[in-house]
Every structure is written in C-alpha cells, then in structure tokens.
Design a protein around this ligand. Structure first.
Ligand code: PFF
Length: 468
C-alpha cells in the first residue's frame, strides 16, 4: 500500500504544500478585518504571540505524530496508543472534522468560480448590487459548477502526494504571492489608501478584551490548518531526513506573512472606497465580505481606473482567493482519502472515487442550503436563530471543534505518547532539538498551559454560538 501513500519530494515541497493548505480565506479576508477592528497592530502582537507559543508546538506535535506512524489521524492515534478505543475515537474526530469542513468549503469555492465567471464576462456591476449574492447562491446552475470543480479536485488528488498536491502548490503558491504583491501595489496608489494603512497598523490597546484575545487564538489556530488532521497526514508524507521544527517555522512564517500582506491590500481598498469607513460596521464573516462587500469596493475603483481597470483588479483578486481556496480544499480532502488508503486498504484510485462519492453526498444538500431547497435552508435552529444545513456544518466543524481537536492532540502527546516519545521523533533530522530551549518549552507547556488555553477557547465558543 505504501506506493499509494507517497511522500513529498523535498522539504520545500512539504513547506509549499503545507503553506498551500494554511493560506486560505482566513488569511486573505478574515485576518485583515479582524485585525483592523480589534486594535490594529495591538491585535497583531497578540496574534504573533499565539502563533509562536501555542500554535507552533501543536503544529510540531501533529507533524511528529504523522511522521512517526506514517498514518492518517485514526491510524496515528491508534498506533501510538496501542489500539486504545478512546484515542481511536479522537483520531476519528480528526477525520470527521476535515471531511465536514470540505463540504462547506467546496460550496464556497463553487461560488468563487461563479463570481470569477461573472466578472470575466463584464458583470462586476451586477455583482455589486445588494441582492446579487442571494441570487447567485440560489441558482440551480451551481450544480454544474460543483461537478466541474469536483472533477478538477479529484483529478489533482488522483495524482497523489507528489504528482498532485505538491505539484499544484509549486505552481499556485508563488503565483498567489506575486498576484498579492501586484494587487497591493495597485491598491496603494488609490486615493485615501494611507488611511487604511494607518487604521491597520497603529496599535490601539484600548480595544483589547477577553473576546478579542479569544478571537485571535481561534484565528491563529484556524489559519495554520490546526485541528483538522491535515498536519498529522502531511507529517506522514514528510521525510525522516528533514527537520520538523525548522520546516514548521517556515510554514508559520509564510502563512502569517500572507495574512499580514492581505491586510495591506484589503484595508487601503476599503478606505479608498469610503474614507469615513467605521471598521466596527464591517462584517467579520469572510463569506459576507468577499461576496457582498468586496465587489462594491472593486466597482468603486472605476472612478480612478475605469470599468475595465476595476474589472481586472476584481478578477485578479477573486482568482487569488480561488487559488488559495483550491490548495486548501485539496489538502483537506486528502485527509479522509489517506484514511481510506490506510485503514480500508484501498488503492489511491479507489480511495479517491469513494471520497468523491461521499463528499458529493453532503455537498449537494449544502449547495441547496441557501434558497434552492426550503428544507435545507431552514434546517434547524439554535442560539435563537434559524440555521441552514450549510450553517450547521460550518458552525460545528469550522467555528467550534478545532481547538477541541487540538486539545486532544496535546493531551495525547503529553500523557499517552509522552513528551519523551514526542522528543524521540523530533530529534530525527534535527539533533540540535535535544536539550534546546524549544524542547524545554514544549515539554513543559504541551500538557499544561496549551491544552488549558485551547479548552477555554472551545468552551467560550460553544457558549457564544449555541447557548447565548
Ligand atoms: N488555513 C485555512 C485558512 O486560513 O483559510 C483553513 C482551511 C480551511 C484549510 C479549509 C483547509 C480547508 F479546507
């Protein structure tokens, strides 16, 4: 079966693929807006603190679990615990979570494709109307796009780790970085852009409170693709000659840099649109911002660069977001596939076909959740609000569960595998790890501070979404 598992060709291959997973809607839209609403550089400082002291050790732990066992999350938890039932359950949660995230992320990516097509055919003005998003997401033609997108994704995944995932990231990640830089330069030339920069970068500590701190940690965790089983699985494709601590650091730096640069583009664009913008009024939902708000912003650029110029800028932006979403989506759909290969002993082709079928089974109702079907649109209600099937999946698996999965990883590594076991993996390819300050910090924090912090974030999110 090992020829079906595959391996990254080099450290760079791993870094690009992991960064491809990490860089997504979270970086390009959620981070910039969150930062500017919550004290600018003050938020950034807290965010960086969490990346370094909470997320980085969890990333290393996930990758080490995967590399030690060369297994998917279920196999990894199971192998390292000697087949313990409870820990196997934790592994299953780390499969179910990416499986369900893929469901609604697929739907969002389908909308992106529709938007790109509309913009390319001259309809930016249509998209910037108040009612357009609601119309687009209720179109039956979405199913045709869904089938096309699935065909593309599963074709890439058939190519395996090296020929599919890594190859895609090698092409798209540098392209994405260049597009982001070009778009940022363009936006900075617009009138009033500097107001946005000021808003983004001047620290304002008066905005700090517990919920902002909580939000910063959730965002950091989410942005690095933690708690989704992704890094466990990618760790299983990571060479034993390479250094986990160093590669992980590079992924974290790449992800954070892209988030930071996205702020240098989004905020000036918003302020160029309206110099009196009150960032408190901006929605924190990435979906709302991308699909309802940003088309208006791009359309407003026509005053400076004409309709064609505004259309080109919008096209570059939406293509950029699409590339980021595609590399994230491919990474997350690989997790259940790795599980089917390892646990059901299927070859890659059969595992890919099985996953395509299973994903379709859930993606269709999720697509029908925004107006096409009444049943899925008003699926349930909690926290005093009516929720669609799409909302339910997104609330449970995207907004809530990730810190909990991270919590189980920490407890597992600290108390079941033990920090000595973790260390024995982390020194492979990195002899300097033994006795380093990093080792001491991880040994101390992985069973104490980090899981406590993650549990607090989990509980407060549950409270906020379901009980308030
Ligand atoms: N790290 C991604 C982001 O910041 O958007 C999170 C992610 C979402 C990864 C969806 C993978 C995925 F399928």
């Amino acid at each position: 079966m090992d020829q079906d598992r595959g391996q990254f060709s080099s450290k760079l291959g791993f870094i690009l693929a992991a960064a491809g997973s990490a860089v997504g809607l979270g970086n390009l839209v959620a981070f910039p807006v969150m930062a500017s609403k919550n004290g600018g550089a003050a938020f950034l400082i807290i965010y960086l603190f969490f990346i370094a002291f909470i997320c980085y050790p969890v990333m290393m732990a996930e990758i080490a679990m995967g590399r030690r066992t060369t297994r998917n999350p279920v196999g990894a938890f199971s192998a390292l615990s000697g087949g313990h039932r409870g820990w196997r359950l934790a592994g299953m949660l780390a499969i179910l979570t990416p499986f369900m995230i893929a469901v609604f992320y697929t739907v969002i990516t389908v909308w992106l494709v529709v938007y790109i097509r509309e913009i390319a055919t001259g309809n930016l003005e249509y998209l910037s109307a108040e009612t357009s998003f609601g119309e687009v997401v209720a179109r039956p033609s979405l199913f045709a796009y869904l089938v096309g997108l699935m065909a593309l994704i599963f074709f890439i995944l058939l190519g395996g780790v090296k020929g599919g995932i890594e190859r895609l990231a090698r092409v798209l990640m540098p392209t994405l970085a260049v597009m982001l830089v070009l778009l940022t330069i363009f936006v900075l030339t617009l009138e009033n852009a500097s107001l946005g920069i000021r808003y983004y970068l001047v620290p304002d500590f008066s905005q700090m409170n517990l919920s902002v701190v909580n939000g910063a940690l959730s965002q950091a965790f989410f942005s690095l693709s933690l708690g989704m089983g992704i890094l466990i699985t990618y760790g299983s494709y990571f060479s034993r000659n390479d250094n986990i601590a160093q590669s992980t650091r590079m992924v974290a730096v790449a992800d954070t840099s892209i988030a930071f640069f996205a702020g240098l583009m989004i905020l000036p664009a918003i302020f160029a649109f309206d110099p009196n913008t009150n960032t408190d009024d901006l929605s924190t939902s990435s979906v709302g911002l991308i699909f309802s708000f940003l088309p208006k912003i791009f359309l407003s650029m026509q005053a400076a660069v004409g309709y064609t110029g505004a259309t080109i800028a919008a096209l570059v932006f939406f293509t950029l977001v699409f590339f980021a979403a595609l590399t994230s989506l491919v990474s997350i759909i690989e997790i259940p596939i790795a599980c089917w290969i390892d646990e059901l002993k299927l070859n890659r082709r059969k595992a890919v076909v099985l996953q395509a079928f299973l994903l379709m089974l859930f993606a269709v109702p999720a697509t029908m959740s925004l107006g096409i079907s009444d049943f899925f649109t008003n699926f349930t209600s909690y926290g005093g609000v009516s929720k669609s099937f799409f909302d339910l999946v997104s609330d449970v698996f995207y907004e809530t569960i990730l810190p909990f999965v991270g919590f189980t990883v920490c407890l597992f590594c600290a108390y079941r595998w033990k920090v000595s076991g973790l260390k024995s993996e982390l020194v492979i390819g990195d002899p300097g790890y033994e006795g380093s300050r990093l080792e001491k910090y991880i040994n101390f924090s992985l069973g104490t501070v980090i899981p406590v912090v993650l549990l607090v974030v989990f509980i407060s999110t549950v409270n906020q979404i379901y009980l308030s």
